[in-house]
Design a protein. Sequence first.
Length: 431
Amino acid sequence: MNKKFFRIFSLLLVASMLLAACGSPAASGDNVLRVWIQWGDNPQQIQELFDKYTAETGIKVEVTAPIGDDKILPALTGSNPPDVLVLSGGDLAKSFYKEGLVDELSGAIKTGNIDMGDMFEAPLSQCMQNDLILCLPWGTDAYALFWNKDLFEAAGLDPETPPATMEELVDFAEKLTVVDSNGKIQQIGFIPDHSWSHTDLYVRNFGGFWYSDDGSQLTANSQPMIDALTWQQQFYTEYGVENIQSFASGFGEYGSPDAPFYAGKVAMMVEGEWQTGPNFIPALKPELNYGVAPFPPPADHPERAGTIVNQGTAVVIPSAAKDKEASAKLLAWMMSPAIVAEEFCFNANLPTSRKAAEDPCFKELGTKFQVFVDLMSSPNAYAVLTTPLSFELNDALAAAEEKILYTGADPKTELDAVQANFEAKFIELNK
């Protein structure tokens, strides 16, 4: 799955309209349901999962995974979309609904008798717009703090005790950073945007987001946003942007045995649950002595302990799907606890079903994975809030973050500019 927070989709309108004019791929025949999935490191495994639906119902399901971003909008605007579309996140569901391209799902939920009470509230919330249900969460991701216990011990820190507050994390990071006689970094305690942006997690710990919780206000320049970017900026100011970037240029690739946390170059990182699963640390660096804990809150807000931000797979039914009842029944099968457990145990991702979370397969993933499962029930569990403006706004926030972290730009000035550029659009959107 694509784990980057600021997802930049290549769905350019003009190109999409041209592709739409050419038509979508034809259906394979009668009594065949087509499922398109944006992600899919193992397409054969996904197809085999859906073959079970065929075995149960006699209805053939053809899975295309991963599907290119450039094919999605042309298919939705054409006459032959997939019967079910699985997006990497909920970012686009509201935009697609606004344009009449995907259905509100209350009817499908009733048709499929889907148990909405079984879903964790946080991942479901990414699909809600007022009382409308625009998608359903099918597996999700969350982030926590990973720390290298051997590097903690070498720095004189208790290897079993991660930082308890954001302030203490800054202090630990300084103790865990090693600089040679020439001022070059040899080991760094923490890089806030490694391997990508985590502003969503930090701003929630500071008590806000770039939208109000009910989605009615744009709050890109709120104090929590300013605090979150200022907190991150200090790590670059301390050692210098060029020095950190020069150090980072020697990092091994993500998902390789030479990745910086694996190699002992980064002592603490924010990462997702999949790192604890069979395809990452246990396979690539089984000897790594590390711990996992919830990301710590600010010292003056201990009530925010256990904050996570869910983001992950969202399932929609295209408005032009040929047989809505068949799509609804397939969706209900996908959302059943047994199927959720099977698919997301395999991928070491988090289940969106409470009943699925009780499946022994998740416990078999180990105590470190269980940290994330437990966080799903935290009172401070959130999802990334989205609106039809998310596509444009996320791009602007990513650009502002880059200027703040890498050029030392003033967080308030940059965020004020984002707010000013989007406020009128947001007000118009909510009329």
